[in-house]
Design a protein around this ligand. Structure first.
Ligand SMILES: [Zn+2]
Length: 925
């Protein structure tokens, strides 16, 4: 670990910014050699039991390392009784079996292993200095009933999130600990007639007593008593042949037992129970079952075959790529309404957001591709993450990068009509840049001192930038070397753990290249290089050279080595120059005279290059003029991204960008580019135009969008994409009247049947636009909704659409109570409505929302803090909002660096557009 933390200690580029803001510098190389548990707290207890070993909240690195050294061969049995009433707690019994190897236990206290003879000399019995067994369980004092160790009742105490069992109770070698408890609801996502666990990254111990760290894997066998008319899904198949008895079972409950799993990290332990429908299908001799709650049978029928086929294709692809058969006992999946994430990769019990898989007829190509991607992503995790797991969550990005990187490859064969190089670009670069250009940018590899902060590591840098970096690595060492290396890595570490430095060392051994420098720059540095293209006169005949050079935006002299494809476009030709860019500028001779001056230079034509590309004025003008004619499409898509980054960095006026988009969209045939450009219209329109410019452009914008909705030359998914933009952006009387007619059913769009979800979106938009009789429309929509899950969501969100200031504020105020935030997608939808620019936002709610973010990070799931901040700050450019954020940043110094980074990411556009409030040198690195 020493070497690894040396690497992680590389300076994070934002620490200077944070210090200038009065915030603490980013924590570096955090893990000290001395554990927080000092010697004296371990001595003096005759029984060897320590009341207060000063354990901290969450699972610290020291605790995890200590347990890794002293425990092994873990097995769990969990028996749970799930009542149908939401208010009745779930009771459970856990049995934990393990091998105990106490020789090195004292290393927790001193960092130095203690030999047996030394303990004898110190006058303490070996047991008296042994650290207790620490089991993680939140609120143990309240919820733990009894502990038996090896059949004998044991004393225990609790400290922070832990149960402490005297080491004297343990035997060297095999042990078993049985605990009777009341399960905490925090990670169980209970609602009226279903529930599901979501334990990633460290939330298993919020509900169950266990060893909650990724590198102590254990097999788990579930026995679950639940209402007899419920379905129960766990990591293992149901043991159908056995008549199962459980003492916990109550009236009207059926008890089911399940096959013991392979060794799993605790964050993958999972079950779901409730009223679900089952659909089973066998493909290539593999039986898979899908559980879901969609009541519209036509919708299920329209989606079901594709969902199963995509899973089967992904499984077959991965078995081939990895040369390892599917490594777990069964493959089932559950579609959860309003699930927090797109999906979660529990073996045998993958969870998905229902709406991501069950698509409406109005799905865009992006949604269709995203469905294939999320299925491929979760399936790839079965090997990358589940079979081989990161040793600690600082390497969580390794499982996410491989899932996304593999997903991009897996999806290709199923969509031969799609340009997958362009798809890779549009799916990764814009989102990665949206974080990496901000003052809150983080490196891919981050340090982590305690699992309770693991959630803050997630974001676009892990999901979008890391796969780009992996493509660079693959280009560097070759596809075959990468695949051979990954096969070896998976085989050697199957059902175990590994670190990124182990993998990079393995790959390094297979190539003559030195990957160390590359690894340091791309994995352990935050931000992106700036790559500047200029033309420089070189001789008297008017010849010029094109000069491409790299700069470090933070002025720290860092170098990000990479390959570029520079596209030089003249009126008669397009030429690609391949460039290896390291520290030195690269010079390319240009044609003489006029041809040189008129040439447009695009430095990222392969779509894989990663930087802030600074165009010279001729090239910027050239792209604005000729972007529609750039070929191939991946170069054109990259050109659009480059223009958008020019807008973001303040080098191009949003009005010019928007004019170009309005002119080019009608002729654009690539749906990937259409979706990407449409995706920038909201921000251009609402945040970057003043009222006058908005009024001037709204008519032509709506007219163009609606023409494309009705175009008979376009396919359904492209028309659906234009329709969605129209629904979001229509503000003229003509536009709003059309939206009303669509909702009333007085107007239809041929070939685009609007679903229940589409109708809810329409009526929400209409009320935000304050059309007459809003409350009547909302009542009518409520009466129309047939699906109970969608109705529950609608009723929850509805006050955010109300005309009444009091009703909206009361809803926001209710979010101060964590119980009212438990359904995160509902809360986020309401928050976006409250801040919608269609109604002018709610600036008075910004500060209270910021004040809640720390608590939200403690109580919420991993993406919630960032999304909460995005919903609060992502739709405004107002001076007042910028003042609030700026004031908060300077007055509130105890905000954790990682949370401060999230805030700087979400507020980036707002702060850049108000540089008089928030100086530019703070918002750009
Ligand atoms: Zn993932």
């Amino acid at each position: 670990m020493q070497q690894k933390h040396g690497k992680l200690a590389t300076r994070q580029s934002n620490s200077k910014t944070l210090m200038r803001l009065g915030l603490p510098a980013v924590m570096l190389a955090i893990l000290p050699h001395c554990a927080p548990t000092a010697d004296k707290s371990l001595s003096g207890s005759q029984s060897g039991f320590v009341d207060d070993p000063r354990l901290e909240r969450g699972v610290s690195w020291q605790l995890a390392e200590h347990r890794k050294r002293t425990l092994s061969a873990l097995e769990y049995d969990f028996a749970l009784s799930i009542p149908s009433e939401l208010s009745v707690p779930i009771r459970g019994e856990a049995t934990l079996r393990f091998q105990y190897n106490p020789q090195t236990s004292r290393t927790l206290a001193t960092g130095v292993p203690v030999k047996a003879d030394e303990t004898q000399q110190s006058g303490e019995s070996p047991h008296s200095i042994k650290f207790p067994l620490v089991i993680d369980f939140v609120d143990a004092a309240k919820r733990l009933d009894s502990v038996f160790v090896n059949g004998a009742k044991s004393t225990w105490s609790s400290s922070e999130d832990h149960v402490l069992i005297p080491a004297a109770m343990l035997e060297e070698g095999a042990n078993s600990v049985a605990l009777a408890f009341e399960a905490g609801d925090a990670a169980l996502n209970r609602s009226g007639d279903f529930l599901y666990t979501l334990f990633v990254p460290d939330r298993a111990h919020f509900s169950l007593p266990l060893i909650d760290q990724p590198n102590l894997k254990g097999s788990v066998a579930w026995t679950i008593s639940a209402p007899s008319d419920w379905q129960v899904v766990t990591n293992g198949s149901e043991l159908s042949a056995l008549a199962v008895q459980s003492e916990l079972a109550q009236e009207n409950q059926t008890t089911r037992a399940f096959v013991r799993t392979e060794p799993l990290p605790s964050y993958l332990f999972a079950f779901a129970a409730g009223k679900f429908q089952r659909e089973t299908k066998t493909i290539d001799d593999r039986e898979m079952t899908m559980y879901h709650r969609e009541t519209d049978r036509d919708k299920v029928d329209a989606n079901i075959d594709e969902i199963f086929d995509l899973h089967a294709q992904a499984l077959a692809w991965l078995e081939d790529y990895t040369a390892i058969p599917y490594p777990f006992e069964k493959f089932d999946f559950v579609l959860i309404p309003s699930f927090q994430y797109g999906g979660m990769e529990h073996p045998g019990n993958v969870l998905y957001r229902e709406a991501s898989l069950m698509l409406d007829a109005t799905a865009t190509q992006n949604q269709i591709l995203a469905r294939a991607s999320v299925i491929a992503h979760e399936t790839a995790h079965m090997w990358f993450g589940d079979l081989v797991t990161m040793n600690w969550f600082d390497d969580v990005w390794t499982k996410e990068v491989f899932a996304n990187f593999m997903a991009a490859k897996i999806v290709n064969p199923a969509f031969p009509e799609v340009d997958h190089e362009l798809r890779f670009h549009t799916a990764h670069h814009p989102s990665a840049y949206a974080v990496d250009r901000t003052a809150g940018a983080n490196a891919i590899g981050q340090s982590l001192e305690n699992l309770r902060y693991a959630g803050t590591l997630y974001g676009a840098i892990i999901y979008q930038k890391a796969p780009i970096v992996m493509r660079h690595l693959e280009n560097l060492i070759g596809q075959d070397v990468l695949r051979a290396g990954l096969r070896e890595y998976l085989k050697d570490n199957a059902y175990g753990n590994a670190t990124w430095p182990q993998l990079i060392a393995l790959l390094d051994s297979k190539t003559a290249l030195n990957l160390d420098e590359w690894n340091k720059a791309w994995v352990y540095e935050a931000g992106r290089p700036r790559i500047v293209v200029t033309r420089e006169a070189s001789d008297e005949q008017g010849r010029t050279h094109v000069v491409v050079r790299q700069e470090d935006p933070a002025g720290m002299g860092r170098i990000w080595p990479q390959k570029l494809s520079l596209l030089a476009i003249t009126s008669t030709s397009q030429t690609i120059h391949h460039i290896e860019l390291s520290g030195d500028a690269v010079v390319i001779p240009a044609p003489a005279g006029d041809a040189s001056a008129a040439m447009t230079l695009l430095p990222n034509a392969s779509g894989i290059e990663y930087a802030d590309f600074v165009l010279d004025p001729q090239s910027q003008n050239g792209l604005l003029r000729d972007i529609g004619s750039i070929e191939p499409p991946v170069a054109r898509g990259a050109a659009w991204t480059t223009l958008w980054e020019e807008v973001q960095e303040g080098r191009l006026a949003a009005g010019l960008y928007l004019d170009t988009a309005l002119r080019e969209l009608p002729a654009e045939q690539s749906e990937l580019i259409i979706n990407r450009v449409l995706g920038t219209l909201d921000e251009s329109y609402w945040l970057r135009l003043d009222t006058q410019a908005r009024l001037a452009v709204s008519g032509p914008l709506e007219a163009m969008l609606w023409r494309e909705v009705e175009s008979t030359l376009r396919g359904t998914s492209a028309r659906a994409a234009f329709y969605r933009s129209y629904r979001a952006l229509a503000t003229t009387d003509t536009g709003v009247e059309r939206l009303i007619r669509l909702w009333e059913g007085d107007e239809e769009v041929a070939g685009l049947p609007l679903s229940e979800a589409d109708m809810v979106a329409l009526v929400s938009g209409l009320t935000l636009r304050r059309v007459d009789g809003s409350e009547r429309l909302l009542d009518e929509q409520e009466a129309r909704i047939k699906n109970t899950d969608r109705l529950a969501r609608y009723q929850f969100v509805r006050p955010s659409l109300s005309d009444s200031d009091e009703a909206r504020d009361a809803l926001f105020t209710s979010f101060a109570n964590a119980d009212n935030r438990s359904n995160e997608p509902w809360v986020l939808e309401a928050m976006r409505n409250l801040q919608s620019p269609l109604r002018g936002g709610s600036p008075h709610l910004i500060l209270p929302a910021l004040n809640l973010v720390e608590e939200i990070q403690e109580t919420g799931d991993i993406f919630f803090p960032g999304r909460w901040l995005d919903a609060t700050l992502g739709q405004t450019s107002s001076k007042r909002a910028a003042e609030i954020v700026s004031g908060y940043l300077s007055n509130y110094s105890q905000l954790s660096p990682r949370l401060a980074n999230k805030l700087l990411q979400s507020a980036d556009v707002l702060l850049r557009l108000n540089t008089e409030i928030y100086p530019a040198e703070l918002s750009s690195q």
